[in-house]
Structure formats: C-alpha cells, structure tokens
Design a protein around this ligand. Structure first.
Ligand code: MN
Ligand code: ZN
Length: 664
C-alpha cells in the first residue's frame, strides 16, 4: 500500500494539534475549575467550549449530544464555558466522545466553536451560594397586559430634538426621557423645588393608581425615567442615591426580558430575571444596600423550564439555557425624597457618610477615610468604564514581565482589570485589587485574582519571585502608608526576587513626552498600529500618559452638555482643602483630587442608567480620585526606608516614576 507521505504527515500534525487542545482543555478545567477528568470511559463527560458562558444554548448542545443516545442529564453552569452530560450507558458516552471531540458546532451567535470532551467520574457542579431574593425585592409578573405594553411603548414619543421639555437625551446606544423632575448633573442631586412641567404622563398615573390599590406599591412616585436599551448593553452596578429618592423604587420592563445582577457588599450575587411586562419593586435592604446592574451581553443565562418566568435564577444547572436579549424599554418610577435619609445602611448612605470635605489627612485613620471615599469607592463605581480604557500594556512593564524566568510566581498588587496578568503565559500570575468590581472583571477574563488591601496582602512572606505594583502606591494618603505599602510588597518577595513599582510623577512634561513617544522612542510595532485615526482617544492617551492622568475622555471628546456649561462645577469641590486637578495640565500640588468623568458609552457601548453610579442621572457624572504625585527622588527615598531591598533601577516613564527593587 502506498502511503502518501505528505497526507500522513498532515494527519499526524492535525492529530497532534487536537490532542494538545484536548489536554489543554483538561488542564484548564482542573486548574481553574477543579474539575478532574479521568482516563477511563464513564457515562459522564465534561464538554469544554460547550457552555452557556461561550454562547452555546441548551437546545443546540442537546441537538449535538442526542445523536449518540438519550441524554440523562445535561448540566450547564451559568456563565461557564463548559457543560456536563450524562448518558444512559458507557457505550453511548464513548460514542459521543469519539464523534464530537474536536468537532465544531455553531453557537447562538453563528460562530464556530470546537468541542473538547473528557470523561469525568460524575457530572456535578458546586451550587451557587444564595437561593433567595435580596430582602425587600419583589418581581411581579404579568403586571400589565400586552395591550397596555403596546400602548405604553407607543406613548413614548422619541424625537431627535433634545431640547424638548421632557428632557430626552440621545446617546449612541440608548435613549432616555425624564418626567416629573430633572437632575443637577454637577452635584448629583435632584432639584426638588423645580418640578418639570406636565408631571408624569396620564397613562402612567392611572397605572400607578391601580398598583397602589392592588398593594404592589405603598407610595405614589413623582419621577419617571424611561430608558430604551439595545441588546448587548448594560448598566454598571450601582445603588440609587439615598438622599435623592425615597425607599421604594420600581421598574417596569417592556419589550424584552433582562437579567439583573444584585450584589451584596460582602460579595453575594443574585441574578434576577425580569420578564417582559413585569414590575421590579426594590425596597429596604435591596434598595439601600445591594447594588444592581446589568452585565453588557447579548444573551442571558435563564431557567429553561416553561413554568419559570421571573425571579431568581437558581443554581439548578440542569435547567439553564440562553435567552437572546431584545430591545428593552424600562419605565423606572421613583419618589423624590423630602426628608434626610435615615436608613440603617450608613456605610452606603450618601447622607450619613462623613460630610467633611476632603483634606490632607493628619492621622492614618483620616487617611483611611480619604482613601475609602476617594479611592476605593470611586474605583468600585467606575470599574467598568475604567476597565474599558485599559487595553494596552506599557512597553517597559511588559518587558519586565517577559524577562522573568518561566515558571516564576508573580503577584500584581493592584491589578485593576488584569491587563498585565496575561502578558507572559509562562508565569504563574495572581492579581489582587481593592475593588471587587475590577476583580470581577479579571475573573470574567479567566485570570486569577482576589480582593484585598495592598497593606495586608494574604500571600505568604517570601513566596513571590516577582511583584508588580502599577499606579497603586500614589493612592495612599500619608507618607507612612506609602512606605507600608512598599514594605508589604517587599515582604512578599523571596530573597533575590524583584518588584517593579510605578507611581505618578509630579513632573509631567506631557508635551515633551508625547513628541518623544511619537518620534518612535520605545515604540513597539503594536503601538504604532494603534496610533491611527481609528484609535479611540482614550486608548491613544493611555499610551501617552500615565495610567489615568488624561485618559479622561470627557476632556478630549467634548460631546456632553456639561462641557458647554463651562465645565463641571465639581471641578471646584466646595470647601475642599485638596485641590481638584485639571486633567492634562501640570500638577501644582502633590496631593490632589483627579476627576474621572464616568462615561456611559465608552467606545464599546456600555450603558449607564440615567440615575447611574452615585445616583447621577447624567451620562457623565464626575468622581474624584485622590492621588499623591511623587517628586523626583521621592520614590527611591521611600524605598530606601524599607531596609531589606536594594534599588536595581529607577527611571521616568511617560509621566511615572518607576523603580525595580530587589529583596536582599
Ligand atoms: Mn438604578
Ligand atoms: Zn440612606
């Protein structure tokens, strides 16, 4: 028999590739998910890439699996890129294993996906923690008829005119209308003495009266926001400002269902299905303490069973599938608050939070308070938008990570959205950040990350070969705390281990840096390609400026109405002792508040609810982040205070002071 040498070679190559992918899938499932594959045939298989998390619906996967025998159980964990299938016999599962491994199927978005199967002892998956709705939350299904839904949707007159009295705003991915009251964008509060003419639409008044009579609501709202969302867009997690609105907040979902995520500050997450024509009622703990938000995506993970319509998505993973989002219009009704908020949730209450203006702290307790308010809280609120402006790694940081020996254990202290965690696949990198929302983003990207404070990192002393700390230390508000943060990094290093530290520099020299940068100094091919007319402004600036200094898109893209009002009033925080920095100007003080204009549509189309983070109704609410910008030599001096490290290198990089330390 003549064997076609080339053909055989090609087949072997493909087989090798396939085996490599299969074993990689196996390795990843074990390492990241704790799923142990077995080498002998069993009745159950784990199907890598066949998960709800990568866009495969229950129906489609069943279609592929049932060719090899009746499926006894199909477990599809929420937001995971794999599923478990159990057949009635080993023969059937062996057949599926042989036929489907490495085979492509088409997912719900029409993309090709290759399945990789491995046998498992038992199809099982750990249950999600919470099985109950957040206290005070209610979802009333079928609150209105299809006819009323149609009438309500038709009653909304979307016009291109943004100057009409109903305060319609047109953004790229959503449209918003306000009735009853308008907001002062500058200070995030409703103007309680200036109701909009016309009040609520008549059609809404009669529906609200009916709900009052039927007992679904206790108070008649006087403010309405209508939002129209396209599929694929979401709302960052937020709590509606306590001081602006009363306890009861209700939202009517029209046109399409959506899954809303509720998060307790201690971490519990509950996913709640809001069906079409349902009413969401938030009161008490669910309104005051839990954040709510919508993850931007085109599909939601929902219960498959017919009888389930709304409420909590349970961890019954034998009954989950995908639901394609459609155009959703929400009518959110609130009652403007007249009396100060006296809720029992002071930690998240804007009224009860300490009202002293931010000033340079004199004690470490005051420093912690400043950091909580103007670092931790802000990053939590801006996490999604912040992350959307953080794509490109800085060349010299990348260089540092790529030069580390393969297998090194590296901690990224203050990892943000994890943009450095995947730079060098040969390292074992783990990230941590003070912001839960940023850590969640890292996890969505399949990185290892956890929440912690940079002053107390729960990693054993001397266990890291290297650490990086990029744009973190400058957020500590006293010299002592900045040294403590450096000391904590040094503690993690083994003797001989190295740490790379970046902090913002007082000396910006923005223009020189820019021209130097664009002249081709230290510019990688990838960076060159990014600098073209299609590059989003935020991304360009990120390459030219230290993390955050001038990524602020509001200044470069003057598209929002608060620019024409002569800038944000919040630039001058009343009575503030800490100066508010003007973005893209040089620093005049070492301790400053740097504004962040939260954008609803940062390039990739995330959507902010009008009463979005901090309850601000504007597409561009302003947050102030505290920074201590370092002077030339200051970072080295702080490092010298540590004692057990030597400075291998120190340099200036695009508006940052940088050092490479080595543990002695
Ligand atoms: Mn809200
Ligand atoms: Zn409150």
């Amino acid at each position: 028999m003549n064997v076609n040498h080339k053909g055989v070679l090609k087949l072997n190559k493909m087989e090798r590739k396939f085996l490599r992918k299969q074993s990689k899938a196996r390795h990843v499932l074990l390492k990241h998910e704790g799923i142990q594959a077995v080498s002998h045939p069993t009745q159950s298989l784990v199907v890598a890439n066949g998960g709800l998390g990568n866009g495969v619906s229950r129906k489609q996967l069943l279609l592929a699996l049932e060719k090899y025998g009746p499926v006894e159980a199909l477990l599809m964990p929420p937001n995971k890129p794999y599923a478990f299938v159990t057949y009635g016999s080993i023969e059937e599962s062996k057949e599926a294993y042989a036929a489907l491994n490495g085979k492509e199927i088409i997912d719900d978005l029409g993309q090709k996906i290759f399945l990789y199967l491995n046998f498992v002892e038992k199809a099982q998956w750990k249950k999600l923690g919470l099985q109950a709705l957040p206290p005070g939350l209610l979802v009333v299904e079928e609150i209105i008829s299809s006819e009323d839904e149609k009438m309500l949707l038709e009653s909304v007159k979307w016009t291109g005119d943004t100057s009409n009295q109903n305060f319609q705003k047109s953004l790229k991915y959503r449209r918003v209308k306000h009735f009853g009251y308008e907001f002062h964008y500058e200070n995030n509060t409703v103007d309680k003495d200036k109701p909009l003419p016309g009040g609520l639409p008549d059609i809404c008044n009669s529906i609200l009266e009916k709900w009052l009579k039927e007992g679904y609501i206790k108070h008649k709202p006087d403010q309405l926001t209508i939002n129209q969302y396209e599929p694929g867009h979401g709302i960052p997690a937020h709590i509606d400002t306590h001081s602006a609105f009363e306890d009861e907040i209700i939202s009517l979902s029209l046109g399409s269902a959506i899954v809303m995520d509720f998060k307790h500050p201690e971490g519990a997450t509950v996913q709640v299905m809001l069906p079409r024509r349902s009413l969401l009622v938030m009161t008490g703990e669910s309104r005051y303490l839990w954040t709510h938000g919508i993850t931007p995506r085109k599909f939601d993970t929902v219960q498959a069973s017919e009888q389930f319509r709304g409420g909590i998505i349970t961890s019954d993973i034998g009954d989950l599938t995908l639901n394609k989002r459609g155009m959703r219009t929400s009518f959110t009704f609130r009652k403007v608050r007249r009396m100060p908020c006296n809720c029992n949730y002071a930690s998240v209450c804007d009224r009860q939070r300490k009202a002293t203006p931010p000033s340079l702290p004199e004690s470490s307790k005051a420093a912690l308070q400043l950091e909580q308010e103007h670092v931790h809280h802000v990053y939590e609120e801006i996490a999604r938008h912040f992350s959307s402006t953080r794509h490109s790694p800085w060349p010299r940081i990348e260089e540092f990570l790529k030069a580390l020996p393969s297998g090194s254990i590296v901690a990224d202290i203050g990892c943000g959205n994890g943009k450095y965690l995947g730079i060098n696949k040969e390292l074992y990198m783990i990230g941590c950040d003070r912001s839960r929302n940023l850590v969640d983003i890292c996890r969505e990207r399949q990185f290892q990350a956890f929440v912690c404070d940079a002053l107390a990192v729960p990693i054993r002393s001397g266990s890291c070969d290297a650490c990086i700390s990029i744009a973190v230390i400058h957020h500590f508000a006293t010299a002592e705390r900045r040294v403590e943060a450096l000391q904590e990094i040094a503690r993690l290093l083994r003797p001989g281990g190295q740490a790379l530290i970046y902090v913002w520099a007082m000396e910006q020299e923005y223009k020189n840096q820019k021209s130097k940068y664009l002249r081709g100094n230290r510019i990688s091919q990838g960076d060159k390609e990014e600098i073209n007319s299609d590059t989003p402004v935020e991304e360009l600036l990120e390459n030219q400026m230290p993390d955050g200094v001038s990524e602020d898109p509001a200044l470069s893209v003057p598209s929002t109405n608060n620019i024409k009002k002569g800038g944000c009033k919040s630039r001058n925080v009343p009575n503030s002792e800490l100066p508010v920095h003007r973005n893209r100007t040089s620093f005049h003080s070492q301790d400053v508040l740097v504004p962040w204009h939260l954008k609803g549509n940062p390039g990739k189309g995330k959507v902010v609810e009008p009463f979005g983070p901090a309850g601000c109704p504007d597409p561009s609410p302003v947050f102030h982040r505290y920074y201590h910008v370092f002077r030339d030599g200051e970072l080295e001096a702080s490092c010298k205070a540590l004692g057990d490290v030597s400075i291998l290198q120190s340099y200036y990089d695009q508006g940052n002071w940088c050092v490479i330390l080595q543990k002695v």
